[in-house]
Design a protein around this ligand. Structure first.
Ligand SMILES: Cc1cc2nc3c(=O)[nH]c(=O)nc-3n(C[C@H](O)[C@H](O)[C@H](O)COP(=O)(O)O)c2cc1C
Length: 112
């Protein structure tokens, strides 16, 4: 086998949705519980997403992002409601897309 053969984990991959990934290194949907008290992304959370992107991750899937701040799983969770100020989430998305990394937001409501 050639010394230069690239491991499959580091090859290009297109999801059925059409989202093209530069590699198969994916940060799973894991809630970090690092939101501010108003359920927006904190600087610490932004820094982590930035480091994952700069480190070569192909796709970051956020943890649960609740669609209703009254329906949270626990403290530190993110919420993004229809009329919310998206500034902090937009910054999180911008940082996560450095180095050609992609980001997908997992939206959730824990109730029926
Ligand atoms: C700390 C922690 C937080 C998690 N948060 C979420 C979450 O927000 N949403 C979700 O769908 N899965 C969540 N999971 C599940 C993971 O995404 C993943 O499915 C699980 O760890 C199994 O991974 P594996 O199939 O690679 O073993 C979480 C797991 C852990 C350990």
């Amino acid at each position: 086998m050639s010394e230069n053969k690239q491991h499959a984990a580091f090859t290009f991959f297109t999801l059925p949705s059409g989202l093209a990934l530069k590699n198969r290194v994916v940060k799973a949907a894991m809630e970090e519980n690092l939101a501010e008290a108003n359920q927006t992304p904190s600087q610490v959370l932004k820094n982590i997403y930035s480091e994952w992107a700069k480190g070569g991750c192909g796709l970051i899937i956020t943890g649960n992002v609740m669609v209703d701040h009254l329906a949270m799983i626990g403290p530190g969770g993110l919420a993004l409601e229809q009329q919310a100020d998206i500034t902090a989430c937009a910054e999180l998305a911008r940082l996560a897309q450095q180095n050609d990394c992609k980001i997908v937001m997992q939206i959730n409501h824990p109730g029926r």
